[in-house]
Ligand binder design. Structure first.
Ligand code: PBG
Length: 332
């Protein structure tokens, strides 16, 4: 198939000559509706504590979060994703605070859904903000992160979140079989509308560093890592197996994480399964762009929008990004 007549009849630059022509033939577009805004929430009142490694990102309290939710609605951002900062006194080795029905996350979910029923709310299903060791699951005597016992706890956590009225639960733990277990227990409890966005291809990445500072799990995790459950960055076919399993187990949407270094995975997943596919532009990606912009080395707004558009081109239906508010503001 010849797409262009040969030069000189074929001059691809014709379509790049003016903004109107570029606009006319652009294949992929970014809008506020593509964005999910991750927020950090803590106990207390009236606080907005900056996260040192994520300039522009703050840990909010319920009262300072509400105006942010309102801003999301005004800007057309469909979903906010909650990440809790749990007081160290509430952390245990088994992370039992994760399924406390009166815990921080369920309370914030109830408040948000009461005030702003039209805003989608998503919650993370994983134990790392709640454990003294900072791992996403339970440990055996050797320090190994056990699977099936962890899944039982995650299922309780997801159920508590669903009961609080969350729209989307997002298991980010990478235990085997957790999507199926969570789906079954949601169905049994009558939560047939609760959507599951599975962190299906989540890699054991160094790009999560600033997030672990933000939720206060970095110190707990110490020199530990998550390689015995999160995926090896050298693997690509394995991502397809993980996604296939999560879809078969009942995921409504799947996710690839991190984002920018894994655009190839997004493309393969989208081509193979054609299901709603999301990408997470994680904390380290945000930090790296912000740092370069603060040094005057990159044009902040331009790289923000280019990086987000790249996710759409790679096949993502949406992106979790700490730039969501700013990008939506700019895209108006
Ligand atoms: C928790 C979780 C993590 C992120 C989202 N959910 C951290 C981790 O797996 O260590 C990372 C998000 C980011 O870096 O922005 N399981």
């Amino acid at each position: 198939m010849t797409l262009h007549a040969p030069y000189p009849q074929g001059r691809p630059r014709r379509l790049r000559r003016d903004e109107f022509t570029r606009d006319l033939v652009r294949e992929h577009r970014l809008g506020a509706h593509d964005l999910i805004y991750p927020v950090f929430v803590q106990e207390g009142q009236g606080r907005r504590d900056p996260v040192a490694s994520m300039p522009g990102v703050e840990r909010l309290t319920l009262d300072t979060l509400l105006p942010v939710a309102e801003r999301c609605i005004r800007l057309g951002i469909p979903v906010m994703a909650l990440f809790p900062v749990i007081d160290p006194s509430r952390k245990t080795s088994d992370g039992s605070e994760a399924f406390n029905p009166d815990g921080l996350v369920p309370r914030v979910v109830r408040a948000l859904k009461t005030r702003f029923p039209e805003l989608g709310v998503m919650t993370d299903v994983a134990l790392d903000p709640f454990t003294t060791h900072g791992q996403d699951g339970l440990l055996d005597d050797t320090g190994y992160i056990v699977n099936d016992e962890t899944v039982a706890v995650l299922t309780r956590q997801a159920l508590v979140q669903a009961e609080a009225g969350v729209d989307i639960v997002a298991p980010s733990d990478m235990m085997d079989g957790r999507i199926g277990a969570i789906r079954r227990s949601l169905e049994e409890a009558g939560h047939i509308h609760t959507r599951i966005m599975a962190y299906s291809a989540k890699y054991a990445s160094a790009f999560y560093g600033p997030f672990r500072d933000a939720v206060g799990s970095a110190g707990n995790l110490g020199r530990g890592n998550k390689k015995v459950y999160q995926m090896d960055p050298g693997n690509s076919n394995e991502a397809l197996r993980e996604v296939a399993m999560d879809i078969a187990e009942g995921a409504d949407m799947v996710m690839v994480k991190p984002g920018m270094p894994y655009l190839d995975i997004i493309r393969r997943v989208k081509d193979e399964f054609r299901v709603p596919t999301f990408a997470y532009q994680v904390s380290g990606e945000y930090a790296m762009l912000q740092a370069a912009a603060q040094n005057g080395w990159l044009d902040r707004e331009a790289v923000m929008l280019e990086s987000l558009l790249a996710f759409k081109r790679a096949g993502a239906d949406g992106v979790l990004t700490y730039f969501a508010l700013e990008a939506a503001e700019r895209l108006r």
